[in-house]
Ligand binder design. Sequence first.
Ligand SMILES: Nc1ncnc2c1ncn2[C@@H]1O[C@H](COP(=O)(O)OP(=O)(O)OP(=O)(O)O)[C@@H](O)[C@H]1O
Ligand SMILES: [Mg+2]
Length: 255
Amino acid sequence: MRTVQATRYVAPLREGGSVPALVEADDLGLYVVKLHGAAQGAKALVAELVVGGLVAAVAEAAPELGLHVPELVLVDLPLELSVAEPDPEIQDHLKASAGRNVGLDFLPRALPYTPAGGLQPGPALAAAVVWLDALCENVDRTPRNPNLLTWHDRLWLIDHGAARYRHHAGLDPAQAHGRFAAVRDHVLLPRAGSIEEADARLAPLVDEALVRRLVAEVPDEWLPPQEASLHAEDLLARVRGPRAFVEEAERARRA
Ligand SMILES: Nc1ncnc2c1ncn2[C@@H]1O[C@H](COP(=O)(O)OP(=O)(O)OP(=O)(O)O)[C@@H](O)[C@H]1O
Ligand SMILES: [Mg+2]
């Protein structure tokens, strides 16, 4: 994963609950920066990196699906840039976030996905997204808050900060096989094809080497080594199975 230096603060993205920052970096790219000083805390950044990275790896290994995520980078944010923000509350978040943060490549003029119209995923892509979100226990892909963008005639997955939510209470791999009742509220469930077929295609792609690499990419300051190995064990246990979430998602789809 690349690290870039933020060189210019552009604006806050007020449509997000965590108010991410739009910044320009030393590679002249624009990035949506998820701040470690935001209320959601460092665990949200762990989820962004692990789950966003997992989606990117699956997208690369199964290109026929048409999964897309903006590139993830680490963004070094100098304290000086926060003075450009006039809102004192947001400026406080920026100051508290000096140092390393997570950035997503900004997709200019991307439109929010709506179930009612516009670009729609086919059944295999929708099933893949449902499967990935059920695997990663992502509660933030609902009709009210789809966290999907349409850009250049493609669907892009963003905002994985609320995934892996069990880590807020401390992970226990013995609990990794649990249900994921929130799947019934998934925005793409009504469009999804067979979740069992998605499972057969995708589960073998999420192997130990991938999971360990994803977790190792998270900076130690957010995920100390001991927690990192627990995070990897837990995710591996969930993907190795028994994968009760597959049957559960399939039942919700047919209901
Ligand atoms: N890479 C991107 N390119 C363009 N726009 C983006 C990108 N990432 C986020 N946005 C915009 O910023 C908004 C907030 O981003 P995001 O959903 O990641 O933040 P959040 O604070 O975690 O949001 P939530 O309120 O869903 O918890 C998105 O709904 C989208 O409109
Ligand atoms: Mg969001």
